[in-house]
Write a protein that binds this ligand. Structure first.
Ligand code: ADP
Length: 348
């Protein structure tokens, strides 16, 4: 059997069978003369072959070829080249099935990807609304209580105003982080690369957190042997944001009377910068997710906590380090503490 019959094969077969059937009926049933049977057989075979072949080739195959050609050109978007290079000798039905299967597979992958992006957007929108809702409701609650008379109550009026002010700070932090993350994700961000000493930048950030660290009796240290200049080439302003997030987390999630220590290691062309704390640590099962936007290990604690952050800090850290084509990592032991590390390009 021919696996991929062409119109000529089909027309030959069908017209042959038809002419043979007619000839057999004429000869055996109607008992016509042999010469007449041969003439009728030849005429029927010739005529029906011509009819079948013409119909198949011009009405069906050519149209299928056209569909195939259109699918192919739609897929590649190179209409002219496809029409020029199109081989009319190929079996169009076989080629079309191949194309349709490939096309369907590609489209399915595209649709799956779009669905993922849509889910991601929905989730992000849900998270943003949820995060905005908490401080807005709190501000609304305090202001209405004050307007309903609490403003004249000396015992609570300042307290309520302070709480409302704290929520506005939180709201402003959240919007600032959202703006930062959207500018980082848009990919349009320009990195302003500078040569600077990472150790003196860490010390700068430590100074900023001196009071917060004292409140929890946390010591901010530079590891022994590391308190000297380590020059890197990076966007100083954004690396400061990275250090601010890591140092602030080390205090926020660190234990009272604990230690935050910074260390630097030269690794070939790069320098590994580590910020370690002596906090409660993060369980291994949560570690792979902590760089996700709005991901919190202890959801209730981080959000309602006085010092509760936006849940975007580590996502911003990851974006900034990746924009430098470098890597960020974390290791943690429950009860002992957490160490965040990132690399930057070293320079003399
Ligand atoms: P947040 O604003 O909640 O601090 P981050 O993106 O900075 O958001 O951190 C995400 C989560 O990772 C935090 O909610 C916290 O659960 C966990 N985390 C981050 N840093 C530390 C740390 N040094 N020790 C323990 N847990 C941490």
């Amino acid at each position: 059997m021919i696996r991929n019959p062409k119109p000529i094969h089909i027309a030959l077969l069908v017209s042959g069978i038809l002419a043979l059937a007619i000839a057999l009926v004429l000869y055996f049933v109607l008992e016509s003369e042999l010469i007449n049977v041969i003439i009728i057989f030849t005429l029927t075979a010739g005529l029906s072959f011509f009819l079948f072949f013409y119909t198949l080739e011009f009405f069906i195959y050519r149209k299928i070829k056209l569909i195939y050609k259109t699918i192919h050109s739609l897929k590649t978007q190179k209409y002219d080249a496809v029409i020029e290079n199109f081989s009319w000798e190929k079996d169009p039905i076989f080629e079309m099935s191949k194309e349709v299967i490939n096309w369907a597979r590609d489209k399915k992958m595209e649709i799956d990807q779009l669905k993922k992006v849509a889910d991601f957007r929905k989730e992000f929108l849900g998270n943003v609304s949820h995060e905005l809702k908490t401080p807005i409701f709190s501000i609304q609650g305090y202001l209405h209580t004050l307007l309903d008379g609490a403003i004249y109550d000396e015992e609570v009026n300042t307290k309520f105003l302070k709480k409302a002010a704290k929520s506005t700070d939180r709201l402003s932090d959240l919007v600032a982080d959202l703006l930062e993350i959207s500018s980082l994700e848009s990919g349009e961000l320009q990195m302003n690369l500078d040569r600077f000493d990472i150790n003196s930048l860490t010390k700068d950030v430590y100074e900023q957190f001196e009071i917060k660290a004292k409140e929890k009796n946390i010591e901010l240290l530079i590891k022994e042997g590391c308190n000297k200049p380590f020059f890197v080439i990076a966007d100083k302003f954004r690396i400061r944001t990275v250090l601010v997030n890591l140092v602030s987390n080390s205090i926020k999630y660190g234990k009272e009377h604990g230690v935050t220590s910074a260390s630097y290691y030269v690794m070939g062309d790069n320098i590994l910068i580590e910020i370690a704390d002596t906090g409660d640590g993060i369980s291994q099962e949560f570690l792979p997710r902590i760089f996700e936007r709005f991901y919190r290990v202890d959801k209730s604690r981080s959000r309602s906590n006085e010092a509760g952050g936006t849940g975007l800090g580590l996502a911003i850290v990851k974006h900034i380090i990746e924009a430098h084509h470098q890597a960020v990592n974390v290791r943690s032991t429950i009860g002992k503490g957490t160490t965040f590390g990132f690399t930057l390009k070293a320079i003399q």
